[in-house]
Write a protein that binds this ligand. Structure first.
Ligand SMILES: *Cc1c(COP(=O)(O)O)cnc(C)c1O
Length: 384
């Protein structure tokens, strides 16, 4: 099974064969608690908050199989995965190196709360390894980056991040939400922990909120202990939907890779669009190393229309297929202005220093037919 390809792992990874009572689909064990021998260690008592019930164990095995990792833990949200992982790694006085273009929620978590926990952090530019040593201090304990950033879809020097961590005994963490294990497998690239908002591609149907921590067993076990104490476990019903979504992960993401590339190429040729950000385009500043790291470039792109913020608003109003909504990674295409949604919590100065301006439009590509998506953007652009 370890040798199997991602399509096969999506369907068969982690599955119990035969399942309980011969079931082909693993059932939902909704029981809160189970009888166990009286000398069982606290963390191994079977209780949903302790992440130890049969439905949770099944989901953990499936998540680990997909990234070719030793272990996994499901959490109540993507941000629970990130906060739990950081709490499991960092102690008071520890220092974190962190990529400078973070998912808005991760940025808010650190800027609002790191000082309360006695953590210090320094933003680094993930594209410039030559600048990282100067940011490292004797108390640096970990490094956190994202596989593809939001919304400018930049790809950092991920191999060098894992290498820096290995050389200096740091814990390396990567938010792999945007790339997914179909396009990038952090364990094979040398990362200790891969974090996901499973709300997005892993589930893929925009109908649950969930997260995942995947990676080396010793690190995942520490994260499980932290999660058991903090209380952010995933409910078995949501876990069932996540496992169902995972079975079509490879099919969905491959289609999204192809659709996004086709739409990016179309938009790049339109005079009413002045900029298209997509790592699959040769014009993207990270295209060359992204092509070495990834099997595909993902389903996210961002654009700037020639006509500024008015044109950005008009484009969002004129498209018929994508919903005007934040979030991403579902089967349906979504379109949004990050300044109004995902990055609204960031100060204007912080946003502008990262290039997240009012005219930027972000698109999460779904699994519609690519010709229909292109035709829809063509009719919308004709109205601008
Ligand atoms: C959505 C998202 C998160 C947060 O996940 P939730 O499930 O909303 O808590 C973290 N990282 C990235 C890259 C995301 O897109």
């Amino acid at each position: 099974m370890d040798e199997a390809r991602i399509e096969t792992l999506s369907v068969h990874g982690g599955e119990r064969r035969p399942g309980p009572e011969g079931s082909v689909v693993y059932p939902i064990y909704q029981s809160t608690v189970y009888s166990v021998p009286s000398d069982t260690d606290y963390h191994d008592i079977k209780y949903i908050r302790l992440n130890s019930t049969p439905s949770q164990a099944y989901l953990h095995d499936k998540l680990a199989a997909l990234e070719g990792a030793e272990a996994a833990l499901a959490t109540a949200s993507g941000l629970a995965a990130i906060s739990t992982a950081l709490h499991s790694v960092l102690r008071t006085g520890d220092h974190l190196l962190v990529g400078d273009c973070l998912y808005g929620g991760t940025h808010d978590f650190l800027t609002h709360h790191a000082a309360d926990f006695g953590w210090r952090y320094t933003f680094i530019d993930p594209q410039r390894p030559e600048t990282w040593e100067a940011a490292r201090t004797p108390s640096t304990r970990a490094i956190l980056v994202e596989s593809i950033t939001n919304p400018l879809v930049r790809v950092g020097r991920l191999g060098e991040v894992a290498e820096l961590a290995r050389r200096n005994g740091l814990v390396s963490l990567i938010d792999n939400t945007f790339a997914t294990p179909v396009n990038f497998r952090p364990t094979a690239a040398g990362f200790d922990l891969s974090l996901h908002s499973a709300t997005k591609y892993l589930n893929g149907h925009s109908d649950i909120v969930a997260g995942a921590i995947i990676g080396r067993a010793e690190h995942v076990e520490r994260a499980r202990t932290t999660s058991n104490h903090f209380g952010g476990s995933l409910d078995p019903h949501a876990g069932f939907l996540l496992a169902r979504g995972l079975k079509t992960l490879a099919l969905r993401v491959r289609t999204q890779n192809e659709n996004a590339l086709a739409l990016a190429e179309f938009l790049a040729a339109q005079p009413k669009i002045r900029e298209v950000n997509y790592p699959g385009l040769a014009s993207h500043p990270d295209h060359a190393h992204a092509a070495e790291l990834f099997d595909g470039f993902g389903g996210m792109l961002s654009i700037r229309p020639t006509g500024g913020v008015e044109a950005a608003r008009a484009l969002i109003d004129a498209v018929r297929l994508p919903y005007d909504a934040p979030s991403l990674g579902g089967v349906e295409s979504l379109i949004t202005r990050p300044v109004a949604t995902s990055h609204a919590g960031m100060s204007r100065a912080d946003r502008e220093s990262l290039g997240i301006t009012d005219d930027l439009v972000r698109i999460s590509i779904g699994i519609e037919h690519r010709d229909d998506l292109i035709a829809d953007f063509a009719q919308a652009l004709a109205k601008l």
